[in-house]
Design a protein around this ligand. Sequence first.
Ligand code: SF4
Ligand code: SF4
Length: 423
Amino acid sequence: MANHEKMWQELGLDVELHNELLKSIDRTFQQTVGAQKNRPEGMKYFDNVLHESHGGRVAELLDVKAKGNKVIGTFCIYVPDEIAMAVDITPIALCGGTNFSVPYAEKMFPRDICPLVKSTLGLAFSKTCPYAPIKNMAVGETTCDAKKKTWEILAGKVNFHVMEVPQKKEEPDIKLWHKEVREFKDKVEGLAGKKVESKRLAETIEIMNDKRRALQKLNELRKHDPPPISGLDALVVMQAALNDEPVRFTETLNQLNDELEERIEKGISPFTKGVKRIMIAGCPAVMGNWKVHWLVETSGAAIVGDETCTGSRYFENLVDETAKDLVGQLSALAERYMKINCACFTPNTDRIEGVVKKAKESNVQGVVQYILQYCHGYNVEAIRVDGALKQANIPSLKIETDYSEEDVGPLRTRVEAFLERLG
Ligand code: SF4
Ligand code: SF4
């Protein structure tokens, strides 16, 4: 990493603090992901994506800019990357998963907002986020109050575009979302200084669908007993998906999937057959955050599915590739993204039914509802999710936590008691 110091200096980062941040993330990584046994060979690539997220990937984005192209930062999986990519803009996810930066946000923001928002802001405020000075525009959305109000503050400081994600899925809401998608197209066209062409958009739709197909395949392979890969490693792959160049990512994930098929044939797994199978449902666990997956899997179970934005919400539902003109393609994109079931929607019956369906498909014995502290949407919705799971005879445990290590002891006791209850 040392060879990137000049780059970080030129980006205006606080290099000393940034080194401390990297050390802190690496320590957490080694204690959790790195401490696992019997990992697939192919995971080396994805580990490296995470390690290079502040180094090699930043250098790549600087190359993108040197060629005259633009970079946008995003905070949510509702932003249709395909449209930005069609005008040679590189989208990059900016959500923070480290506790290290949280105190820097708490100097200005209330403590009682979700750690994902605080971590992201803290990275920018403490001058330890290399993407903050690189991005030409940030794109926020209206999914939760913490984010929505934060954008108002950031909008005065950086080039900011907000997409209005409706809160219902009825006809007027769908119309609004289609309009938002078209406006996003206008916005990125203005930023790039070029028009979205239907031919190029068809290509970027295919690139992103290929990525989703590879992630769907990984999800299928995890259904095997025992799964050929840990839930923690599958999470690392997902976290890499939000940062890496998509074509390269897909190629490498397809190779990993091949390796996992071989492992299934040869009976190689980090777990033994009959291991207790758990699905995670709820909030995303972005790069730097491995806490709950690590806790569950070091308590004797395997995580075999994730109903989260770092899981199925990111890769389920493909964009219809049959639309050939721009109007049809934008509609197809709006339709696909509108199918994401974030807890910001009401009523959110599709999500609740989806959790039960996915739990059955992955043949799990229990569901851990993972709620980031102060995320009211997922926290309150957990009651209905729990009720639907009960009706299907699937036990669930709700864990509400932040990014700190303070509650690891009590959480482990609860997870172990839950797993014991599964028989
Ligand atoms: S949980 Fe909701 S707001 Fe957060 S990334 Fe997912 S869709 Fe976006
Ligand atoms: S986890 Fe919940 S509170 Fe946090 S940013 Fe996402 S939707 Fe908002």
